[in-house]
Design a protein around this ligand. Sequence first.
Ligand code: NAD
Length: 298
Amino acid sequence: MRVGFIGLGNMGGPMALNIMRAGHEVTVYDIRREAATPHLDSGAKWADSPREAASHSEIVMTSLPGPRDVEAVALGQSGVAQGANPGSVYVDLSTNSPTVIRRISAMLKEKGVDVLDAPVSGGVAGAKRATLGVFVGGDEAAFRRVQPVLSAIGDKVSYIGPSGSGAIAKLVHNQIAICTNAVIAEAFTMGVKAGVAPDALFKAVRDGAFGQGNFLNMLPRVIFKGSFDRAFFALKLARKDLGLATEVAREFDVPMAVAATVEQDLIAGLVNGLGDKDATAAFTIQEDRAGVKVRSDQ
Ligand code: NAD
């Protein structure tokens, strides 16, 4: 297929090369022309603007820093909207705002162009090896049309739902990843300051229930079903363990803001009768605050 690729940075550069390797005809554009050198050396065509890249293509893709850049490239002067052909598909691979991509989608639909939000996960190594996860939102038929090109950049390509769904899925993923890093930092600073070597802590965490992936598996098995009554690990025990951990943190002067907040939630859960339910019932405290239930009957 004829593919326009805009934004040849750490992620976009290797993704565009992989699309070329898969046999597609690629036209590239970046505000830094030098970023296109490996692509032009391998036979890509250069476009002088996003509009020109789009006008030569059946699929035009962007991998740009953030919402403002995507909006400017998609809708701005000499942007994708000015060049895209009716029947073509615009795919944004950036980590972007669902509201921004929905607005772009509505505007391009008037020109007969389908828009997919398709943020990627897996880092620069995944981009180079074509092993990215790709989370796609938008029209499902348009997704099927571009699937061969998406398969050239990732081996875990999934259709998530209507416009904006891919962007939301990516933000859910990154919120978990980024905050988990902060929680791990709290725990390891507490553990090391209290006298245990980092390597020994790492082995313990890896070999324990968390490291074995049990917590992620709880989502479909327990939380989506709302079945908190059978206490595999009672909430009162979780409250006790977190209380012991924050006690150690106080003893060794380690700030643990996230742990302290979660401890308060667990105390409120105990007071509200959740103590003998499974510890995952703490999920319902956040559901009540957010006014939504996270349930699925699949
Ligand atoms: P980057 O800064 O390395 O690349 C962005 C590229 O866009 C640069 O080459 C830049 O010159 C170009 N660019 C900026 N404005 C432009 C414009 N108006 N027109 C044309 N080109 C323009 O960023 P990156 O790390 O490749 O990330 C790209 C996107 O992928 C971001 O949304 C990021 O959040 C997401 N992402 C990054 C990673 C990662 O590990 N780096 C992983 C997953 C997703």
